[in-house]
Design a protein around this ligand. Structure first.
Ligand code: ATP
Ligand code: MG
Length: 570
């Protein structure tokens, strides 16, 4: 690939809209360009990096016995109605009507389509197991598309689906995919962890996420310091607190003029945030729901969503809270509240706490559940913290940020029962197939790899994901010896199957060096003055900046050796 004839529009300036390193660098290096919110064009080098991920994924999926197919993006609404997900999936599902007034949607995931296929094709236990996958563009109308390829509305996913005769066989399929995922992320050169996860709208009983550890990750992981426990904090269950059985004191109304925020109320009343209980209001599929948590806690919205079985949860703004309750935010409380009330387990175990007075400028002291208000439900609804004990062993927890790059689910028979995907078992009995599903964020992996591997000068690709293995700088376009040597090396290396970018642009050496660093290509060959002076060219490793000088005749063999070594190290 010749730089002079390629579309690699590098930028000197840092784009203002990019908040994280991978987004900034993907734009600066000319890997992607935005079309509209969360929707990008992959330019040649961006696509080359994506193809590298796809190849690794494909090889490992095939090795694990999965078969590649390609399903449609446009899916009929009626299929989604069979599982109830047309209603339940929420606004991330882009719905539309075609010219024949048929309701359709753009595939955010493919459980319905694959189950429809298998219910038609599988008759007997002899036709099972099946494990089918595809690598395809997905569409999800994300509420907050951001961070470039990390959270797009259109993105590339690998999704696989397994169908088995029973739970034991389905467990084996799950385990095979789990192992394949470990190989995939290891080969991608990523530092990752698998954690227990929430099953979300996909449904199902059991799941693990594969997380790339990075400070910019949108997920918070809790990792036990003593045992094997590791979970997404959305999922991590907070240990049941001990009940306070001190005597209930009399309710006391306190005037708190203009005091609305937790710290302000606490200071005014001379209490600590853990003695106060907040009333948070959410919209759950159009219905307002109040949730009580301790003053120093946050509501974990995924737990709330699961408890309610809601498609969509959003915190209400001040005006909407007032419209729903007749009380301004800051003064809302459970005593006499008019909307559905859910209570976090921790609050249910508390005595004599402070809440809003359900009246502007008032709070109430010594509130007690059971005596002063009733809950529609008590459940674990708050975000776990690192001062909570490990849910498995009670030891100290640590927290880390992570980027979810893969997700494996045991689905069970939910989809197959709803869609009547049955087979005749060995006794001739009609039985629903037992399913699993397995996703990988192919385009997100590129972003995650950059988050983990970059410096102030640019990206630093692991060899396995690098869009090009070598960049060759010709620093003397007008010098015959330099240009001849550069061209010769370019041809020779290409002949050995090396992926090489020849920087043959009429640019100053300084900007060629800068761009080579920015692009993150693992090996750089420089052909310049050292050749005319000393007869040598330089090989430089992007990762650690080390260099070696060689006569041109030795370069090709050395490069091939370096690439082989890097690939075999994963
Ligand atoms: P998230 O919690 O990040 O929204 P998810 O649970 O919705 O992810 P899955 O439905 O499990 O994701 O999708 C499988 C994989 O697809 C994820 O592990 C992730 O790597 C990738 N993915 C999901 N949503 C996006 C997105 N908006 N942009 C890029 N990749 C995504
Ligand atoms: Mg999502």
């Amino acid at each position: 690939m010749r730089f002079s004839r390629s579309l690699i529009p590098t930028l000197k300036e840092t784009p203002a809209e990019a908040e994280v390193a991978s987004h900034r660098l993907l734009l600066r290096a000319g890997f992607i360009r935005k079309l509209t919110a969360g929707i990008y064009t992959y330019l040649p080098l961006g696509l080359a990096a994506i193809r590298k991920v796809e190849t690794i994924v494909r090889e490992e999926m095939n090795r694990a016995g999965a078969q590649e197919i390609l399903m449609p993006m446009v899916q009929p609404a009626d299929l989604w109605r069979e599982t109830g997900r047309y209603e339940k999936y929420g606004p991330e599902l882009l719905r539309f009507v075609d010219r024949h007034e048929r309701e359709s949607c753009l595939g955010p995931t493919h459980e319905e389509v694959i189950t429809d296929l298998l219910r038609r094709e599988v008759r007997s236990y002899r036709d099972l197991p099946q494990n089918l996958y595809q690598i395809q563009t997905k569409f999800r109308d994300e509420i907050r598309p951001r961070f470039g390829l990390m959270r797009g509305r259109e993105f590339i996913m690998k999704d696989a689906y397994s169908f088995d005769v029973d739970d034991v066989a389905a467990g084996e399929s799950y385990q095979q995919m789990f192992e394949a995922y470990k190989r995939i992320f290891t080969r991608c050169g990523l530092e990752f962890r698998s954690v227990l996860a929430d099953s979300g709208t996909i449904g199902g009983s059991y799941s693990h996420e594969f997380m790339v550890l990075a400070d910019t990750g949108e997920d918070t992981l809790v990792i036990c310091s003593a045992c094997e426990y590791a979970a997404n904090s959305e999922k991590a269950e907070v240990a049941i607190p001990a009940t306070d059985d001190s005597p209930m004191l009399d309710l006391q109304k306190v005037e708190t003029p203009g005091k609305r925020k937790v710290p302000v109320v606490c200071e005014f009343m001379g209490i600590e945030p853990h003695e106060l209980v907040k009333t948070m209001v959410f919209d759950a599929d159009g219905e307002p729901v109040a949730v009580l948590v301790r003053g120093d806690r946050t509501v974990q919205e995924v737990k709330l969503k699961n408890l309610l079985g809601a498609a969509d949860i959003e915190m209400l703004d001040d005006k909407a809270v007032f419209d729903a309750t007749g009380v301004p935010t800051g003064y809302l409380g459970p005593v006499g509240i008019k909307i559905k009330l859910l209570v976090d387990r921790e609050v249910a175990a508390m005595r004599n706490f402070v809440t809003g007075g359900n009246e502007k400028n008032y709070h109430i002291k010594s509130v007690n559940m059971g005596r002063d208000f009733e809950a529609a439900a008590v459940a674990d609804l708050r975000q776990i913290t690192d001062s909570d004990p490990c849910p498995a062993c009670g030891a100290q927890l640590g927290m880390k940020e992570g980027i979810e790059v893969g997700h494996v689910f045991k689905l069970g028979t939910g989809y197959s029962t709803a869609m009547k995907a049955v087979f005749q078992d060995s006794n001739g009995k009609e039985t629903p197939m037992v399913m699993g599903c397995y996703g990988i964020g192919v385009s997100r992996i590129v972003a995650a790899a950059i988050e983990q591997n970059h410096d102030e000068n640019g990206m630093i690709f692991p060899m396995a994901l690098a869009p090009m293995q070598v960049v060759l700088l010709n620093l003397g376009l007008k010098d015959e010896q330099i240009t001849e040597t550069a061209e010769l090396l370019y041809t020779e290396l290409q002949g050995k199957g090396v992926e090489i970018l020849l920087d043959d642009r009429d640019e100053r050496p300084g900007s060629k060096f800068k761009d080579a660093d920015l692009l993150g290509i693992p090996l750089r060959i420089t052909v310049g003055k050292s050749l005319t002076k000393n007869g040598v060219v330089e090989i430089r490793h992007r990762k650690d900046g080390t260099t070696e000088e060689l006569v041109p005749e030795q370069v090709t063999a050395r490069i091939v050796e370096l690439i082989d070594a890097a690939m075999s190290n994963g």
